[in-house]
Design a protein around this ligand. Structure first.
Ligand SMILES: *[C@@H]1O[C@H](CO)[C@@H](O)[C@H](O)[C@H]1NC(C)=O
Ligand SMILES: *[C@@H]1O[C@H](CO)[C@@H](O)[C@H](O)[C@H]1NC(C)=O
Ligand SMILES: *[C@@H]1O[C@H](CO)[C@@H](O)[C@H](O)[C@H]1NC(C)=O
Length: 384
């Protein structure tokens, strides 16, 4: 018995320390806060590298220093800078979608905003981390696919026409979202980080037997991250919708052209939430069976994690739990945002908040608006 406990402690110790080695793949999410100017013409458009030599700092260099891009990502940034605004947008989309999906829960995804600094809830190979990885790679796929079909990138265009023959009443046309190119790019941009981390641990390992164990675990943690990334990308490509446009005289729909388009990020966020609730814990069997492929244990569309999450009720920085003290709960709800659930049975206090707003606005002439100032009192309930 004692031996077993020691074994568990050993694993936990290493998980804590070494998983963070491979938890870098979402640092780029810090681009959600950046105001970098990716304008190519303001640099030297033919050779952004030249601009650096002439004293202007490349935005890619800044992104590497300040926004957590790893070397390979910075390299991609330099060679394909026209995609960077879409990557930045993807970071914002991932962050907003996650926070929106989890807003009523104890863990509300607020830690996604602290990237490139990551708290343990996003480095210990938890269920929450699995979600964030998946939503990030989905968001990047989404943003790049949209950029392709809008014609903003010179390396990719609309998707080629689907090979299936269309139903009688329409023909393929329009501009399908280029999932294939986008997913490949997302894979290159995000997955490269895990591979880079593995190489680094590999170098440390050289000539040190004791580190073998660690390397094995790191390797497996990386495999899990890569898997969850793939789940996110795949979710976009398996949820394409046929979207159509009508042609013909005034509103008649004699000719219809259709294409395959991607779902909205809100839909993707919800779909991933379902996967979050049924995510698979991989604890012992996988960890002890080094060398076995992850896909032996898990379906290709299932999120996986290793560490159990805390209940996020109380503050515990070691676990990345912020606690729910002070959170606003909903007294009339019986769901996750109810005061009972959100406050973890500690109870709540009711506070009256005064809101001052412009109201009863009236238009005068064409362009002049006059408003009154209204005070409204609302009751909010705060967890103790
Ligand atoms: C990019 O920068 C150039 C020169 O600084 C400017 O003329 C151009 O309008 C900018 N383009 C965009 C899209 O901001
Ligand atoms: C999310 O949770 C944190 C910690 O409990 C809290 O500070 C923050 O206000 C919450 N955000 C929202 C939008 O409820
Ligand atoms: C509180 O919960 C009720 C019932 O689920 C819902 O109708 C209402 O919109 C919620 N209020 C807020 C402020 O979210």
């Amino acid at each position: 018995m004692a031996k077993r406990v020691l074994g568990v402690l050993f694993v936990c110790f290493f998980l804590g320390g070494w998983f963070s080695e491979v938890a870098e793949a979402i640092r780029w999410l810090s681009l959600q806060h950046s105001h970098l100017n990716w304008n190519l013409t303001s640099l030297n458009s033919n050779n952004p590298g030249r601009a650096v030599r002439s004293g202007v700092k490349s935005p890619c260099t800044i992104a590497r220093r300040r926004y957590g891009l790893v070397k390979i990502q910075a390299k991609l940034c330099r060679s394909q800078m026209d995609i960077m605004p879409y990557i930045q947008n993807a970071a914002l989309l991932a962050s907003r979608t996650c926070r929106d999906v989890f807003k009523d829960r104890r863990w509300n995804c607020s830690s996604i905003t602290t990237a490139p600094y990551l708290t343990p809830d996003l480095t210990r190979a938890t269920r929450e981390q699995a979600y964030v990885y998946a939503i990030s790679s989905a968001a990047l796929t989404f943003a790049v696919a949209r950029a392709c079909s809008s014609g903003s990138l010179h390396r990719c265009t609309c998707a080629s026409k689907p090979s299936s023959t269309p139903a009688i009443n329409f023909q393929w046309g329009g501009c399908g979202d280029n999932i294939r190119w986008a997913a490949q790019f997302a894979k290159r941009f995000i997955d490269s980080v895990e591979k880079h981390a593995l190489e680094r641990v590999d170098r440390k390992r050289r000539g040190r037997e004791a580190v073998d164990e660690v390397w094995g675990l790191t390797n497996q943690a990386a495999a899990i991250n890569l898997h969850n990334n793939r789940v996110g990308r795949k979710l976009i490509s398996t949820n394409l919708r046929i979207q159509c446009k009508c042609h013909g005289v005034s509103g008649s729909c004699n000719v219809k052209t259709c294409w395959k388009g991607i779902p909205t990020m809100a839909e993707i966020g919800q779909k991933l939430l379902q996967k979050f609730t049924v995510a698979k814990e991989l604890a012992r069997a996988y960890l002890e069976n080094r060398g076995k492929k992850l896909r032996k244990y898990v379906a290709s569309d299932q999120l996986v994690y290793i560490s159990k999450s805390p209940d996020y009720c109380t503050r515990d920085e070691k676990l990345g739990s912020l606690g729910t003290v002070g959170r606003h709960c909903n007294v009339s709800s019986s769901g996750l945002d109810s005061c009972r659930q959100l406050c973890c049975g500690r109870g709540y206090r009711t506070v009256v908040e005064e809101k001052i707003e412009r109201c009863l606005c009236k238009f005068f002439d064409c362009c002049y608006v006059k408003c009154k100032i209204c005070r409204t009192m609302t009751q909010v309930h705060e967890c103790l």
